[in-house]
Design a binder for this molecule. Sequence first.
Ligand SMILES: *Cc1c(COP(=O)(O)O)cnc(C)c1O
Length: 292
Amino acid sequence: MNTSNITLDNITASWLPARQEAAMLRLDKLDTEISGNKWFKLKYNLEAARSEGKQHILTFGGAFSNHIAATAAACREAGLHCTGIIRGEQPSVLSHTLQTAVDKGMQLEFVSREAYRHHRISFENRPGTYIIPEGGHNAAGARGCKEILSLFPTGHFTHILCAVGTGTTLAGLINSAAAAQTVIGIPVLKGAGYLEAEVKALLHPGPTSHWQLLHDFHGGGYAKVKPDLIDFINTFFAETGIPTDIIYTGKLVRAFRELIHQRYFPDNSKVLLIHTGGLQGNLSLPPGVLSL
Ligand SMILES: *Cc1c(COP(=O)(O)O)cnc(C)c1O
């Protein structure tokens, strides 16, 4: 995978005051299929599978899981078999995300929500299989995400903002940020109070940089796409040329604008937004809704 496609772009939106510097780290440019943070989370998991001599990857997700699509593409590239355990009943028409995974050679197994809850235990004994938890939430996943902040010189930023699903990416950022930087996570799930502990579980022992989760920006919950979010994504793209996605990064940038309005950041702060990718998820929308 070629990380030299990634860029660090200044953000010049109309709502951004002149005293406020902001830039976006464009992990979305990494690849069209294994875009953004997913590649960093998969990197050391696939390496571990290989070194353990395992030929088969098994992982978990829902119908709109970018992790499922990315794992399918990464396994194809690595020459590994893969299975996706999908939460819920098999729909008559697969979401674009799941269809992409199937096209890349992933086998899907649909399980009831009840069975999914106990998923790890029931799949642990398949021989030759390496299990990646849902969303790549493990130490190997967080380890890969430690490399994100060293793609470019980022030490001068005062704040680092990132959208949060499982918190794995955030943990990697916290583990690699400088002591003076503040790392802020924007959860896209509603009622995700459990996330603090999930993030902490992946942090290195000892003191870390400051970090916090801001829980008010999920916009109704995971994969809830309201017209004002669509408007925001379209306007932001028209102003900056930066495409964002409906599940994660659109909400991240909208949260950033809201925080600017609230004067959350001290004057002269320099904010780095992590574009974690996810643009393939936009293809689940009917054509023409987004003007990206
Ligand atoms: C999966 C995903 C996230 C969430 O990453 P976590 O490490 O699970 O918190 C954020 N942004 C995008 C675009 C994603 O696809």
